[in-house]
Design a protein around this ligand. Structure first.
Ligand code: NCD
Length: 396
């Protein structure tokens, strides 16, 4: 893909780019995890909770459904996707948006030689939001520059959301991961009462355990170098304090933690360690984030392995899962290959199906933020939780 017109802007340090993806103090485009700081993450966590709670009752569901019913979204996914695509679709539907999709460029005019940037501009003529997934790192960002340039000329332009760009970034997956982790680290249970709490129970075995994401050890296993979900999540988790990260990957430079990532995490105060096998870390981590080997990135065909051929040292067998701390959640962005056998699904630590479902709430919260209707969600939620009665109705 020819990104020459955007190269100069793409090559700048992220910190310099960030203001270009904001508008009036809120996000305009969502491209990288570095756009989120801790207060924003906390805000998105609570907004996502509100969306989840409002989507339970019929009346409050209808409220959500009216929020953006005049808006249309384009899901432009030219790389395989199940969860990201479907949860964005469900999120748009929750907010009443209508949705269109292009998943195969061979059935669009790109087949006739149309440039993907012209396609993008067409989408912005018909739709109000473009969510995109592409095999090309930097393409979503370049599309955001295209939109910003249109804005300069007072032409129609729309927000761009990165739903996964090459082996680069996947910021919305990281947002839902942080939401899931925050939930897990509240250590709450429906069985909690004044006499028994899940947290109290855990503290009997782990007296130093504290709620929240500070002072935790996060373990990542699998394809660290090419796993875009790992890159974005590690960057979001670096917003918390006293964070330690353990990275485990098969012994291959194509899979290992890239030195640039180690440096940028260390520069943000994260204590970074690399290990050779899952056995080295399973019983030490507060959370384990498993990923598959991203074999589709192997240019060297001889190196391409079958998705099922996972090195045994990097498989979370039921026995290894049992050795983990009892409160430590297991996450996986999915799709999985052989690195988590289905027998682990019934382990109470397995959170990956809940994690996938959370994508809906978090993505709806993000879209609500982009269209500036998040304040209405907060107000409606407050009304719902306080059993609102306007005693002044009818008075002078
Ligand atoms: C991931 C992706 O596409 O980056 N999946 C997802 O979005 N939930 C992970 C992967 O493909 O391995």
């Amino acid at each position: 893909m020819d990104m020459t017109p955007y190269e100069r802007r793409l090559d700048r340090p992220t910190r310099i780019k960030l203001p270009e993806f904001q508008y009036n103090g809120r996000l305009k485009h969502v491209l990288f995890a570095d756009q989120f700081d801790r207060p924003m993450l906390e805000n998105f966590n609570s907004l996502s909770n509100m969306v989840r709670e409002l989507s339970k009752g019929r009346e409050t569901q209808l409220f959500l459904h009216n929020l953006l019913s005049e808006k249309r979204a384009m899901l432009y996914f030219t790389q395989a996707s199940t969860r990201t695509f479907l949860s964005f679709m469900a999120a748009c539907q929750l907010l009443g948006m209508s949705v269109a999709e292009i998943r195969d460029p061979s059935v669009s005019s790109e087949y006739k030689g149309e440039s993907p940037f012209d396609s993008m501009r067409m989408f912005s003529s018909y739709f109000d939001l473009v969510v995109m997934r592409t095999p090309h790192a930097g393409f979503a960002e370049a599309c955001a520059y295209l939109m910003n340039d249109l804005d300069q000329f007072n032409e129609r332009n729309v927000p761009v959301v990165n739903g996964g760009s090459g082996s680069d970034e996947h910021p919305t997956q990281a947002l839902l991961d942080v939401y899931t982790i925050s939930h897990c680290f509240e250590f709450a249970s429906e069985r909690d009462s004044s006499r028994w709490t899940q947290f109290g129970e855990y503290r009997k075995s782990y007296p130093g355990l504290a709620r929240g994401l500070d002072s935790k050890v996060f373990g990542f296993c699998g394809d660290i170098r090419r796993g875009r979900t790992v890159h974005s999540l590690a960057s979001l988790l670096a917003n918390f304090s006293d964070v330690t990260m353990y990275f485990v990957s098969p012994p291959d430079d194509d899979l290992r933690l890239p030195p640039t990532m180690r440096e940028s995490l260390s520069a943000r105060g994260v204590k970074v360690f690399e290990y050779d096998t899952l056995d080295d870390i399973v019983d030490k981590v507060d959370l384990l984030y498993m990923t598959r080997i991203q074999w589709e990135h192997d240019k060297d065909n001889a190196k391409r392995t079958a998705p099922t051929a996972v090195n045994a040292d990097f498989i979370l067998t039921p026995e290894r899962a049992e050795r983990m701390k009892s409160y430590a959640p297991i996450l996986h962005p999915f799709p999985r290959n052989a690195e988590i056998p289905p027998e682990v699904d019934h382990n109470p630590r397995a959170m990956y199906f809940r994690q996938a479902r959370n994508g809906m709430w978090v993505r709806a919260a993000l879209i609500a933020h982009l269209f500036d209707v998040d304040g209405m969600i907060v107000a409606r939620h407050r009304e719902m939780s306080s059993g609102y009665h306007d005693y002044n109705v009818g008075s002078a």
